[in-house]
Design a protein around this ligand. Sequence first.
Ligand SMILES: Cc1cc2nc3c(=O)[nH]c(=O)nc-3n(C[C@H](O)[C@H](O)[C@H](O)COP(=O)(O)OP(=O)(O)OC[C@H]3O[C@@H](n4cnc5c(N)ncnc54)[C@H](O)[C@@H]3O)c2cc1C
Length: 291
Amino acid sequence: MSDLKIQENIELKNFCTFAIGGPAKFFTVWKQHDEIVDILKWAKENHEQIFVFGGGSNLLFSDAGFNGLVIRNMTSQIELENRLLKVDSGLSWVRLFNFLKDKDVYGLEAFSGLPGSIGGAAYGNAGCHGTEMKDVLEKVEYVDTDTLEFHELEAKDIGFNYRHSEFKEYPERIITRVWFRLSDNPDDNTGDPHEFAEFRKAKQPQGLTTGSFFKNPEGDYAGRLIESSGMKGRKVGGIQTSDKHANFFLNDGTGTEQDVLELKDTIIQAVKEKEGIELEPEVQIIGSRLN
Ligand SMILES: Cc1cc2nc3c(=O)[nH]c(=O)nc-3n(C[C@H](O)[C@H](O)[C@H](O)COP(=O)(O)OP(=O)(O)OC[C@H]3O[C@@H](n4cnc5c(N)ncnc54)[C@H](O)[C@@H]3O)c2cc1C
């Protein structure tokens, strides 16, 4: 068994972009691909439930923390061979683009500026500027937390949908690696990263946020619906919908899980009454149900 470092009583608010969340009973950083097996064995031997995350940019931890082992994925190996890019799931987009900057391969440009890890993006089928993970992924490897065995799945077998993958239905599967098939033809690029950076600067607020809180309903935008229901700028405790983009919840630094949940419910109710549409959160609410 590798030299695992398991910490106790670690504040989760320090590991997510919302800066919300109480203490994890146990906490560890997963750094090398195979190390996950030892981490899972430790959890089994100690009868602790687990929770895995990457960049913490699309989740809401509970104020009560997590009564088990929280695993922060910081695996980061990258290999490029014949335009097939193999990356560990904990790799951040920032590091990936840094690696690619002097390589003549194209296809992932749309994701420049996306916070978080590659594994988190695959889990939620993240999408940017018209390109989704399902469009660029070749296959994914996961480890089954029950059997501790590794398996591969082709992109077509992952049940990708708008902000959805089948990994959401199989919590025992942890994404360990991802493969992208890239192109050597510059015409296959998915856009201009500089334009995307300008777009984000112009349209999205800065601060403690998880990005879009709700999914866009088909044919419409959650931000437009929130605004038309009079909820733009609405505040509960330390959490407010942004004046710049109504679908972004901003934490002024004092916000709590309960503030977020109350604002969420108020908005769902208001939009339902005004527009007859029930908004659904995109953000993964980890919640006290696990405690
Ligand atoms: C400013 C801002 C802008 C954003 N813009 C966009 C955007 O344009 N498009 C978009 O789609 N999203 C956007 N997001 C949301 C978020 O960045 C993405 O959803 C991102 O892909 C989440 O990755 P993560 O590593 O941070 O996931 P985390 O928040 O760490 O985790 C999210 C969920 O994924 C699960 N998960 C993470 N890693 C794994 C793994 N290896 N195996 C199994 N499950 C895993 C976690 O358990 C959790 O349920 C934005 C967020 C912010 C803060």
